[in-house]
Design a protein around this ligand. Structure first.
Ligand SMILES: NC(=O)c1ccc[n+]([C@@H]2O[C@H](COP(=O)([O-])OP(=O)(O)OC[C@H]3O[C@@H](n4cnc5c(N)ncnc54)[C@H](O)[C@@H]3O)[C@@H](O)[C@H]2O)c1
Length: 338
């Protein structure tokens, strides 16, 4: 059945891919994005230019925190499923510009929650992050693990967004799924993230910065696999008192139609193995600047994907090599077109 989706952060990396997929599936997409300058807005404009070609796509340029922009995006559109992706992302930048995280991730998320309170979408879905597991020592990371130890302001604001949404789900009966994404990569990716930086530098014959002396590992998630997870979860609307799977698996709240779900494959890759994949695909050996871990970073992320599988069944897992190749091919095209 064709639905009407509201996607915040639609000019962003994940929002763009999600919107493309939803439009291809015959849904209507209404977007909101401020096209912020955190990274090159030209890349966001290029994504929007692709989306703008679709008759079922429309969007508003504006901030979550601006009530007029929010009203323009929502009034009269009767949108069924809301996917809230707009955020100030990035762990490292949260040391430089903490205010932008408070504004977008706290004030902005609360504005979405107030809008949902007034308009009662069928399902509100909110992006959170593996960073909320912060200083946890237990791997893999399960949704029912306590996540009390954020090690960056980014993580702290995302965890707060989860808590805010739980209170709204409880008070106003808004069915809400928070998803925790792990390191997402793929074509049209973010210039502040490792893959983009590595390929950019390798292509220019510049050395790459390898943090944590290369001993970190990440549960890398290919963007199409992530989007598949979001699309499948859209129809898994949380219902109070109806947990799924064996006892103790579901993160469903005891007092609200609210749950949190990891979207990732559960197979971490070491940073050096990731770099080797990039070297194989580009056919070039990177010169490496080995550097210590950066403040706010964690050594390892690894999802427990059991709840995701219980909810949606098997999820696709694109191989690292295929995913990196898709990025490198897109990057070459994108650079040529600039
Ligand atoms: N990419 C990842 O690996 C990853 C991992 C974990 C969580 N996440 C989360 O997923 C979501 C999407 O991430 P992404 O990688 O697409 O990031 P992105 O930065 O590419 O997209 C975010 C978009 O939100 C917009 N935006 C920022 N602040 C805004 C505001 N106040 N009002 C309106 N629009 C605003 C930006 O212009 C941008 O287009 C974010 O919530 C992020 O925290 C991403």
């Amino acid at each position: 059945m064709a639905l009407k989706y509201f996607v915040t952060g639609v000019a962003g990396f994940i929002g763009f891919h999600l919107a493309c997929r939803l439009l291809a599936d015959g849904h209507v997409v209404r977007g909101l994005d401020a096209v912020t300058e955190y990274y090159d807005p030209a890349l966001k404009e290029a994504r929007l230019a692709v989306l703008d070609q679709h008759p079922n796509f429309s969007w508003v340029r504006g901030r979550l925190e601006d009530p007029a922009a929010m009203a323009e995006a929502l009034d009269g559109h009767d949108l069924d499923v809301w996917v809230h992706l707009a955020a100030q992302a990035g762990v490292r930048y949260s040391l430089e510009n903490p205010e932008s995280y408070i504004s977008a991730n706290l004030v902005g998320t609360q504005a979405i929650l107030e809008a949902a309170r007034a308009r009662s979408p069928r399902h509100l879905m909110i992006a959170s992050t593996s960073s909320v597991y912060g200083g946890n020592q237990k791997v893999p990371f399960s949704e029912t693990d306590p996540a009390h130890f954020p090690v960056s302001l980014y993580a702290a604001t995302k965890k707060s967004g989860e808590a805010l949404s739980h209170s709204y789900a409880h008070l106003f009966d808004i069915p809400t799924t928070c998803f925790r994404f792990f390191t997402v990569y793929g074509p049209w990716g973010r210039p502040d993230m490792a893959l983009f930086k590595f390929v950019e530098r390798i292509e220019r014959d510049e050395p790459i910065d390898v943090y944590g002396e290369g001993r970190m590992s990440r549960d890398f998630t290919y963007v199409d696999d992530l989007v598949e997870g979001i699309v499948d979860l859209a129809s898994c609307v949380p219902e109070s008192g109806k947990p799924v799977g064996p006892e103790g698996l579901d993160s469903l709240s005891p007092v609200a139609p609210w749950r949190v779900v990891n979207i990732a494959g559960g197979s971490p890759t070491g940073l050096m193995a990731f770099i080797e994949a990039v070297e194989r695909v580009t056919g070039k050996v990177a010169r490496k600047n080995m550097l210590p871990m950066q403040p706010g970073d964690v050594a390892m992320t690894m999802a427990d994907p059991t709840l995701l599988r219980e909810l949606v069944g098997a999820v696709p897992e694109t191989s690292l090599e295929d995913g990196v190749r898709a990025f490198v091919e897109w990057y070459a095209d994108y650079r040529r077109s600039r």
